[in-house]
Design a protein around this ligand. Structure first.
Ligand SMILES: Nc1ncnc2c1ncn2[C@@H]1O[C@H](COP(=O)(O)OP(=O)(O)OP(=O)(O)O)[C@@H](O)[C@H]1O
Ligand SMILES: [Mg+2]
Length: 251
């Protein structure tokens, strides 16, 4: 059983030489087997939290801690965090010309495995085909350059493809539903649900309650002004649909 703990986390970014605090004391504990959702207004720090958990160096931790199974991961680089089981589906996945999607995903899978567990092309490609089929993605997506010219929805599906291939212990899914058509939303949600189980946990950032009809979370948190101002069950997301965020928090 694994546990990810965010403890009184303070995070700042530096823009034009000025340091600005974005997260002002976030507390959150996610155990394997659980699905947590974070909702909240634009610009409130949701992506900042996900990038900080993954170790993006643009985000400076100025206080608090992030612990995986009781051990601080703050000194670990992105690749070490990935090997420790963390995975982030980015809100804005970057395109990389010159490396194919298949090459990228195989490298991502192998970078998380020990030298004697590396997956060769012959074993990798049938599994990739299976996952492409599961997500109803065309087979040629494997041979295209990573995210280059992918539509918004294709990029999102591709993040889920990576998650299914990597089989991480903790998945952070930042607006995985943005830009998805109605059918794609259902397919992506089914992909996420297929990861559910005692060995996996996820943190799902979304603006839309609709996604949470498909992926029913155990806990819903509301982030506002860089802190979590409310937590509850799936009914909280439904309430927010009616009430908005105005009445929550100190802002
Ligand atoms: N690298 C950065 N440089 C400067 N400011 C940043 C940086 N990253 C985030 N910010 C600022 O931090 C605040 C929080 O941004 P963040 O992307 O975490 O919000 P969010 O809650 O994910 O919003 P959205 O719902 O729109 O995706 C914003 O005001 C943003 O402009
Ligand atoms: Mg965001």
């Amino acid at each position: 059983m694994s546990k990810l703990e965010i403890i009184d986390l303070h995070v700042a970014v530096t823009a034009d030489g000025v340091q600005q605090e974005i997260l002002s004391g976030v507390n959150l504990t996610i155990n394997s087997g659980e699905v947590h959702a974070i909702m909240g207004p634009n610009g409130t720090g949701k992506s900042t939290l996900s990038e900080t958990i993954m170790g993006n160096p643009n985000y400076q931790v100025t206080g608090g801690d992030i612990r995986l199974n009781g051990r601080s991961i703050l000194n670990m680089q992105v690749d070490e965090r990935a090997r420790a089981g963390l995975f982030l589906a980015m809100q804005y996945p970057p395109a990389i010309a010159g490396i194919t999607n298949a090459e990228f995903i195989r490298a991502a899978v192998n970078s998380r495995r020990s030298a004697d567990q590396q997956v060769g092309v012959m074993n990798f490609l049938p599994e990739l085909d299976k996952r492409l089929h599961q997500l109803e993605m065309p087979e040629d997506m494997a041979e295209r350059y990573l995210n280059a010219g992918f539509s918004g929805g294709e990029k999102k599906k591709n993040e889920i493809l990576q998650m299914l291939m990597i089989q991480p212990a903790f998945s952070i899914l930042d607006e995985i539903d943005s830009g998805l058509d109605i059918d794609a939303l259902r397919i992506v949600a089914a992909g996420v649900n297929s990861m559910r189980g005692p060995k996996h946990a996820s943190l799902i950032i979304t603006h839309y309650q609709r996604l949470l009809n498909y992926i029913v979370p155990d806990v819903v948190h509301v982030m506002k002004g860089g802190v979590i101002v409310e937590s509850g069950g799936p009914e909280l997301a439904k309430e927010l649909e009616q009430t908005g965020y105005e009445h929550l928090g100190a802002e």
